[in-house]
Design a protein around this ligand. Sequence first.
Ligand code: PFF
Length: 441
Amino acid sequence: MSSTPQGSRAQWNSRTGFILAAAGSAVGLGNIWRFPYITGENGGGAFVLVYLLCILLVGAPVMIAEIMLGRTARSSPVNAFRSLSSRREPWVGVGILGVLAGFVLLSYYSTVAAWAVHFTFLSLTDSIAGGSADAIKGLFDQLTGNVALGVGWQLGFLALTVGVVSAGVTSGIERCSKVMMPALFVLLLVLMANSFTLDGWNEGMEFLFGMRLESLTAQSVLEALGQGFFTLSLGMGAMITYGSYLSSKDDLTSASLATAGTDTLVAIMASLVLFPIVFTFGLEPGQGPDLLFVTLPTALAQMTGGAILSVLFFVMLVFAALTSAIAMFEVAAAYLQEEFGATRKKACLIAGAAVAAIGIPATANSQWFGVADNIVSNWLLPLGGLGVALFVAWRMDAALRRGEFEAGSRLAGFYGTWLWILKYPVPVCIVLVFLSAVGVL
Ligand code: PFF
C-alpha cells in the first residue's frame, strides 16, 4: 500500500484506479435493474434527456463536493465533517447518517446480489434453458421461499466483499475494480451485440429513446433526480471515503465527470441489452425483481445460445453488485478504523458480522426489503446529499474549497458555476425530491 504525505493513509495507485473504483461503486443494481424500467415508463427519450440533465446539473456537482470533502479531510465521512467544522456544530451527524445508511443499504443489496449469484449458478448448471415462464417463476419463488439457500449465497457474497475490503485500498479495492470493471464493460458489449441482432431491437430502441412527452410528468423529473442520486452512490459517504484516498495533485473534477459518464453509459447499455431480448419474445418489461429474475431468464431460455448469454448476464450483474457492495462496506470499515483505531482486518470482521446480523433478516423477511429501501433511498440518501451540498457550498473554508477544485484541473474555470449550482439549485432540487419521496408533494 502506498502512503500519503500525511502518514500511513492509503492512496490509489493511479487516477485510473480511482475512476474505476468510483465507477465500480456507481455502476450497480441501480443501473441494470432500475434505470431501464423507469426510463421506459417515464417517456423514453424525453426521460433520458431529463436524466442526463439531472446527472450533469445535480449529480456531478454533488459528487465533486463529496470527493472534495474526503480528499480535503483525508478521512471517512464522520471524521471529515468533524475535522472541517467546529465541535459545537451538528455536521458530524451527516457523516453518522452515512455510515448507518451504508449498513442498511448493504443488508438488502446483498439479498439481491445473492439472487444474482444463484442465477449465475442456475445458468451454469443449465437449469434455465428451455424453461417455460411458469417454470422460471417457480425457480425464483423457490429461491425466495428457501431462506437457508438465500442466506447461504448472501453470506458467501458478503464474505467476498469483506475479503476484498480487508485486503486494502490498493491491493483489494483498486485491484479488484481494475479487473471487474473492464470485464463488466466487455460483457455488456457482447450482450449488446447479441441484442442488436434480435427482432426486438427496434422495439427496444423505441421504448428507450422514443420521445413520449405525454408520459413525462413532474413526478418523472423527481424520479430522475432520485435515481441520479442512488446510481452515483451519493449521500452516504461512499464518495467521501473514496475521495479520501485520492492524491491531492489529481484533477478531481474531471475524475468525477468521468465516473458519472461511465455510470450513465452503462445504464444505457444495460437497457439496450435488456429490452430487445424481452420484446423479441413478446414479454412485458415488468418492474422490480421480476424483470431480471423472471422475465429476462424466460426470454433467454427460449433463445439459441441463451444458456451462455444467461451466464454472461448474471456474471456481469454479480460484478456490478460486488463493486458497489465493496464501496458501501468500505465506508463502515474506514469509520471503525479511524474511530476506534482498529486494524483494517479487525474493522472488517466487526463490520462484516454487523452487516450479516442485519442482512440475514433482510433475506428472511421480504417486508424488510421495502422498509429498508424506503429508509435509505427516500430519507437517508437525500438528507446526506443535502448535508454535503450545504456544507461544501456554505460552510467549508472558501480558500480550501477553491484550491481543491482547481488543483491540477482542466476545468478550473468552472469553479464559480459549480459553486453557484451547489449553493442554490442543488439544495432546492434535493428538498423537492425528498418532499416528493416522503409523500408531501
Ligand atoms: N450506485 C449503486 C447502484 O446504482 O446500484 C448503489 C450504491 C452503491 C449506493 C454504493 C450507495 C453506495 F455507497
